[in-house]
Design a protein around this ligand. Sequence first.
Ligand SMILES: C[S@@+](CC[C@H](N)C(=O)[O-])C[C@H]1O[C@@H](n2cnc3c(N)ncnc32)[C@H](O)[C@@H]1O
Length: 228
Amino acid sequence: MSITNIDCYSISHEKEYDLAMLDPPFDKWNEMQKIPVKAKTYVCFTNFQNRHHVQNIFGNPKFEMIWHFKDGRWVSNKMPRHTHEHILIYGELRYDAFTGEISNNRKPIKKGKGSIGRDTDLGERTYTPRERKMLNSVIEIPRNVGKELGVWGKPIDLIYPIMSWLTKENESVWDGFAGSGTFGCVAKSLSLQYDGFEIDKDTTIAANKRIEKYNQKKRGIKTLLDGW
Ligand SMILES: C[S@@+](CC[C@H](N)C(=O)[O-])C[C@H]1O[C@@H](n2cnc3c(N)ncnc32)[C@H](O)[C@@H]1O
């Protein structure tokens, strides 16, 4: 559960990971010559300008998500600002796209006669809707939560539902471009095995401290889930 200060392209991994998170600086996607690690599922973070580089390497995604901060983050005074980023997902999608536990506290909804297809003979009946929360393909994060994320750090509220969708406890995660260590924090709270790599030494030290200190309960990481 830590980040190594190394160029992730210089490592040759024997192992196949369950999940690889690829979040390089977006303008460096064109330098990626091949997929740097073997994994069952790949999550690639990019933007409108660079997504074609991702598709040159990986092909058409199996699933795509768009996310943005409600109050924006990437600002240009020369043109309308690009606020939305793309998340392209490849490989196996092994689990339901639900996040959070099933809630048993809700009241069943009453439905009238004939409302449920071929059960027309059954008279009025009740059913309990699926109370788990769906992960949407467009995700809005309430606001840019501050300095800790720098110019590129991903918010925990975005990453937590995605990683909890794609993994089960104890599975392995590769994070070649670890930055501020967000994926490591989430891996810690989901009890995953995490191998992070970061080329910049100071960033590595700061991110390792962040992961070590990270305590899920202190942050409102469920804010996004609760809002759904
Ligand atoms: C977009 S940031 C990652 C942000 C991170 N996911 C987070 O949420 O904080 C990209 C990071 O990749 C690092 N990086 C760039 N090239 C790298 C390489 N070849 N190997 C490892 N890290 C690299 C950069 O120093 C930068 O910190």
